[in-house]
Design a protein around this ligand. Sequence first.
Ligand code: HEC
Ligand code: HEC
Ligand code: HEC
Ligand code: HEC
Ligand code: HEC
Length: 218
Amino acid sequence: MPAIFRPSANLAAAVTLLALAGLGVGGVALWWLWPRTDYARHVRWPVGQPVPFSHEHHVAGLGLDCRFCHNSVEVSATAGLPPTTTCMTCHSQIWTNAAVLAPVRLSLASDTPIAWNRINDLPDYVYFNHGIHIAKGVGCASCHGEVDRMALTYKASSLTMQFCLDCHRDPGPRLRPKDQIFNTQWQRTADTASPAALMGEYHLRNGRRLTDCSICHR
Ligand code: HEC
Ligand code: HEC
Ligand code: HEC
Ligand code: HEC
Ligand code: HEC
């Protein structure tokens, strides 16, 4: 009587099972990794806004300081977005009839803030504070990139837990002198104070473990 399965069927079955297992493992890996990719997190995707506000024009072009518009960034958890009156200090004089600025004029007239779309947003279970980073020598560019080159603002870093921990494990090399915090073009040079010297200047030698879960999850 002929065999129902040829001997090679064993091999085929083994290969099929292996392939299924591989798919399973691959699937889990993909399920885990996908949300952490830059693509899924919209890194470097310009975000459409009610008014096409350009940091490139206002920061690199006009030389405005970040704190002119984000004035709580040094002292509070949030950086804050500027009220319409801040825009109007200039735009009540220049470009007063420009169509692109119509939403700004409407916002002022109707006394309702411009509804800017959020770009950087951490989940609510993560605690973050701008003030401490600014006070301890971390520049805006370390997290937000070259904002002064952005015609439309985009997210420059993934803001995953890994991203935060990469610096918290060893902040020294990423710190900068106090007068360069808001300069998004600053680069470390041979003349820059050493990482150890900057750690000392900002009093970061107290052995506080910045990777403890309770630092960011409280
Ligand atoms: C003239 C005012 C002005 C100045 C100066 C300014 N910004 Fe902004 N910034 C805005 C406005 C308005 C928005 C909201 C619209 C947008 O996202 O482009 C914004 C958005 C941002 C965002 C994204 C906010 C989010 O939703 O996550 C970051 C980051 C940012 N600014 C960083 C900076 C940095 C760094 C500087 C200095 C180098 C700076 N800004 C200077 C007005 C300003
Ligand atoms: C210090 C003065 C000043 C402030 C404050 C200011 N602007 Fe401007 N803005 C200008 C000037 C000058 C231009 C023309 C820039 C150019 O053509 O290079 C301009 C241009 C613009 C334009 C036209 C597109 C572009 O970027 O050239 C938009 C839109 C705009 N501003 C929005 C805003 C908004 C929104 C705010 C408030 C968050 C704001 N501006 C605050 C001076 C200012
Ligand atoms: C250590 C990383 C880090 C540094 C340094 C940093 N930011 Fe942020 N920024 C963030 C994160 C994370 C968010 C999103 C916060 C959230 O979702 O609660 C954010 C949000 C913002 C926003 C949106 C409004 C808000 O406050 O949530 C603005 C504007 C902003 N940052 C501007 C700045 C400016 C200006 C500087 C430099 C003076 C700066 N940031 C430095 C990480 C950083
Ligand atoms: C480029 C370096 C750098 C990056 C990136 C960074 N941090 Fe920090 N962080 C620091 C330094 C430096 C301190 C100050 C430590 C101290 O005072 O002992 C700090 C302190 C903190 C604190 C303590 C605040 C307090 O109340 O004492 C929190 C919370 C925090 N960071 C959260 C985050 C989160 C969340 C991210 C990612 C979105 C992040 N950090 C990214 C360097 C960084
Ligand atoms: C420096 C800040 C920081 C520290 C320290 C930290 N986390 Fe996180 N954690 C984050 C951020 C930011 C996210 C959000 C990531 C995202 O958007 O997916 C996160 C997300 C998480 C999540 C959600 C799942 C995930 O991976 O996205 C878990 C679970 C978690 N953290 C556990 C921990 C544990 C356990 C520790 C201590 C060993 C720890 N975290 C220390 C910043 C931190």
